[in-house]
Design a protein around this ligand. Structure first.
Ligand code: URA
Length: 210
């Protein structure tokens, strides 16, 4: 297992992932499960957020109580499926700034083509969490990470639901500094760049498109 990889295989996450994989799961159920999983994954991704203390008064006495240090966070959704993880993350950290990177996969070359980029200011001072449910070839994720780094980000984590070994390897090679969190690693990619057994096209399943 690579140093920069964390597999968050909590039973609740794996159970919900199985429900999502089922091809008969309706879009509304798929989206809801993805949102719930993002809360559970987020717990691990945000585990080492810096803390400080604040003096408060409980009904019993004064205490020095732990509180987040207020380090600025940026969540960056890799469109369009990234939005499915973003919603749950915003439930956890409502004050985070949000960026979007729009990339589509050229179906012939499987390479990422950018169509949209909007990132928060001062991204160099922020801990960045890039979110994309599917780490398949790693091409679009690597391209998105390049854009985020070009904007100045230095502290980047990648949060995925499902990964292929090929994608994990590609991101580790191109971005060894990025810590990757995923719920599961499947067998392989098929000839169309889809994860096997996977869950199909996450964007289509979230939004009911084909
Ligand atoms: N993107 C998806 O949505 N699904 C895959 O299996 C691979 C890439």
């Amino acid at each position: 297992m690579q140093d920069n990889l964390t597999v968050v295989n909590h039973p609740l996450i794996l159970h919900k992932l199985t429900l999502m994989r089922d091809k008969n799961a309706p879009s509304a159920v798929f989206r809801q499960l993805l949102r719930e999983i993002s809360l559970l994954l987020g717990y691990e991704v945000l585990r080492d957020l810096p803390m400080t203390t604040r003096t408060i008064e409980t009904p019993i006495q004064e205490m020095e109580a732990p509180i987040l240090k207020g380090r600025k966070l940026a969540l960056v959704s890799i469109l369009r499926a990234g939005n499915g993880l973003l919603d749950g993350m915003l439930d956890l950290v409502p004050g985070a700034r949000v960026g979007h990177v729009g990339l589509y996969r050229d179906p012939k070359t499987l390479q990422a083509v950018e169509y949209y980029l909007k990132l928060p200011d001062h991204i160099d001072e922020r801990a960045v969490i890039a979110v994309d449910p599917m780490l398949a070839t790693g091409n679009s994720v690597s391209a998105a990470l390049n854009k985020i780094k070009l904007a100045g980000a230095k502290d980047i984590r990648l949060m995925c639901l499902l990964s292929a070994p090929e994608g994990i390897e590609a991101v580790a090679k191109a971005h060894p500094d990025v810590r990757v969190f995923t719920a599961a690693i499947d067998e392989r990619l098929n000839d169309h760049g889809y994860i096997v057994p996977g869950l199909g096209d996450a964007g289509d399943r979230m939004f009911g498109t084909k």
